[in-house]
Design a protein around this ligand. Sequence first.
Ligand code: PMM
Length: 271
Amino acid sequence: MGVVNVTPDSFSDGGEWFEPDAAVRHGLDVLAAGADLVDVGGESTRPGAERPSVEEELRRVVPVVRALAAEGAVVSVDTMRAEVARAAVEAGAAIVNDVSGGLADESMVPWVAHAGLAFVAMHWRGHSTSMQSRAVYDDVVADVCRELAERRDALLAAGIRQDLLVLDPGLGFAKTAEHNWALLAALPVLHGLGHPLLLGASRKTFLGRLGRHPGEPLRPPAERDVETTATSVLAAMAGLWCVRVHDVASTVRAIAVVEAAMEHAPEEGPA
Ligand code: PMM
């Protein structure tokens, strides 16, 4: 899944693709680089970010979704608002990627269920303005698994189709760097949730800290693609369904290595 952020302020690529034409061109580049899906979003979720109005989010997202879908792209819309999801689906989006897992807008889940759409539900504890104060866990892997399982049960009970629900541990959302590393190390455990998994590690701050001494500036987001690609390898080896990345080409090539190696893995012999 390649990212197209139509925002002025995303931490990773804020402002780069804010004009609709530039966003569409970027989406086409992402697809040419080998992405199977393109994820279009109009709200920055970096810690502390203020939300755009619904009108502004619609203005950012809908024309870009429409143009990319018209080119044959499979588009997911990255939004917490049912109204934006609905307009994006009318414009051709096929998947709703809601970082709040349906918690931010109570009309989201009934509508997605009614429309029979694929839904990506991320682990979420609150909006970006306050989320880092919620980064408190007894055992982050157990707590995230339990909270995601509760969300899964609520979503299925509300009519989201079992075969169209994707779960995501939500790296960086109400998580410290330590929490992100613990979740990355435990990716196979998340399969216990019984659904395809999506991972969004791309260019996040914890990757920019690696190899830097305390007090040293972080590596800037655009220079975190090597680290991101390593997380894509971890995800592929753990059998995840999807990784959401900014630099698609490096991930596509790295995953080809994992797949080629896996094709040559010895058959499991008798126990
Ligand atoms: N992260 C961001 C935005 N959308 N969606 C899902 N499903 N998972 C994520 O981890 C995720 C997301 C924030 O990253 P960005 O500002 O680079 O888009």
